[in-house]
Design a protein around this ligand. Sequence first.
Ligand code: ZN
Length: 391
Amino acid sequence: MVMRYCLILPAIFTCLFNAEARSIPVGLYHDRVISSVVISCSTGTYHIESGDEIIGTMEEGELLFVRLENDSLVLHDSDREYGSFMEIRLNYMALGSSFRIRPIEPALESRTYDDNLILRGGDRFITLVNLVDFDKYLAGVVEAEAGPNAEPEFYKAQSVLCRTYAVKYLDRHETEGYALCDGVHCQAYRGKSIYNPAILEAVVETTGEVLTDSNHQLIVAAYHSNSGGQTQRAADVWVTNHPCLQSVVDPYSLHQPNAKWSDTISFRDWKNYLIRNGMKSVHKMPDEIIYIEQMRRKKYFILDRDSMLMTKIREDWGFKSSFFDMFPEGDSIIIWGKGYGHGIGMSQEGAMKMARDGYLYRDILHFYFYNVKLMDFGDLPAYSLPDVQFR
Ligand SMILES: [Zn+2]
């Protein structure tokens, strides 16, 4: 097991920081327990390899079946059984190749990926790793995280954030044998970007660019759907301080699709909830004042000497954001909310509006992030990069 990682990963990570061939290993369907898949070649020709040997080829339209049996991968196509292997690699013969995967057990949606695939056996599931050009990976992420209908300058800003995030967390799945997973735990990646060619163009035009603070440290490249008119200071939500993530008054997010929301809860449930959470002052306060009002974002709801984090209230009640006001209506409370998401960093809808108004991606990033620099990650000092160690 350890030897296997040893053979593959150091070379891959060296590649990532080499301008000639920046590629990244991404774990696919990482939160599913997959024991059988069918793979088809969408474009190009692939060598099927195990160890140092080429054991076959896969041409456009051909299918390959892989199932797990006693920890090993049993491989066959429509003509022949190849045998069983601990690891199989599908390596393209020309740039621009792509393949499609469809998990059979369990049955899941199929997805198309650029570049190469590594399959590894194991005691419970097959590990699937897409070894993909870093920019093509980012185009897939940008499409999954932001959709296909935005302006090029927005896509450039989003690309820089997704790249910053990816480089900062390259060591997240080190023990599993890849850099990042394809879920929201890292960044959503559902395969090749296919809906809008402007996405890959935006990624390529910003290639290598990441956001750092004044000490060349990669920032936490946070983004969310809509700020509701004011972004949230990271220190109001997270334990550690992030000087680049301050609260910004954000007029661009107003009047966008997720700028407003509303909800209704019962007054009695609200009062009981506050008491259950230690807000004892509720007992001595008149009902008219146990409501939340926020002209500007607050960190706490304060009532006499008691307080509760706004983020906890949002989480407990499942509200779209922690930026809202309450109004009494009979036995109920109407909630008028602003924005969608945690509110930290770039508001995607605000950034889309800025791009439509003619702002450049650099302007957008400097608007949402305080005191940041755009740098090529290849120029970062070693102390600013994750310490990826492989046994
Ligand atoms: Zn992850």
